[in-house]
Design a protein around this ligand. Structure first.
Ligand SMILES: Nc1ncnc2c1ncn2[C@@H]1O[C@H](COP(=O)(O)OP(=O)(O)OP(=O)(O)O)[C@@H](O)[C@H]1O
Ligand SMILES: O=C(O)[C@H](O)[C@@H](O)[C@H](O)[C@H](O)CO
Length: 174
């Protein structure tokens, strides 16, 4: 079965960069969470206002529908989503047991600097404090694969592919 991967982490963690490269390397369809936001959410973030749970639920469900479509066609896929809170991850994973979680982890100073230096994105640097305040890092029982985003993107992708292969091997029937 082709892998289905949800790439999560705060704004600026590298979800689009690493997720896109990962999809390319594995030959899988790719979707970026930003493309599922309704215009009202984008406008809100642009104004520097954090999204609420109510803003996020329909967005999470749209991402889940993308996963369902890829599951139905058996294509596998890579999709990004900040998925900051455990409840969001539970919503995304409910009824989707094949969806694996890849958590892009990094220090606030490193990710904040990258996020602030990124040109032409609607997400203001002023929202980074709320991103980290909202983040509930995946706990061990969530079974997420954690990779550090400190190395260059290609190296992060190498690490992710290695870990996904290990996880696949250990969960396949004996
Ligand atoms: N491993 C890395 N090393 C150096 N720079 C990186 C790395 N990963 C991403 N970047 C850079 O950091 C910035 C943020 O990356 P990216 O846009 O992929 O983050 P994101 O998690 O998708 O953010 P958002 O959720 O706000 O869309 C970009 O300018 C990107 O080029
Ligand atoms: O969950 C959230 O707080 C937000 O949706 C953000 O994380 C953005 O979607 C995005 O990552 C910025 O580009």
């Amino acid at each position: 079965m082709k892998p289905l991967v949800l790439v999560m982490g705060v704004s600026g963690a590298g979800k689009s960069t690493v997720g896109g490269l990962l999809a390319e390397r594995l030959g899988l369809p790719f979707a970026d969470a930003d493309s599922f936001h309704p215009p009202a959410n984008i406008a809100k973030m642009r104004r520097g206002e954090p999204l609420t749970d109510a803003d996020r639920w329909p967005w999470l469900d749209a991402i889940g529908s993308w996963v369902d479509a890829r599951t139905a066609e058996g294509s596998g896929g890579v999709v990004t989503c900040s998925a900051l809170r455990r409840a969001y991850r539970e919503r995304l994973r409910a009824g989707r047991p094949a969806l694996r979680l890849l958590y892009l982890a990094g220090e606030p100073a490193l990710i904040g600097a990258r996020q602030a230096a990124r040109p032409g994105h609607f997400m203001p640097a002023s929202l980074m404090a709320s991103q980290f305040a909202t983040l509930e890092e995946p706990t061990p029982e969530e079974g997420a694969i954690l990779v550090s985003v400190a190395p260059p993107p290609e190296d992060v992708v190498d690490a992710a592919i290695g870990r996904l292969q290990d996880a696949g091997a250990s969960s396949s029937p004996a």
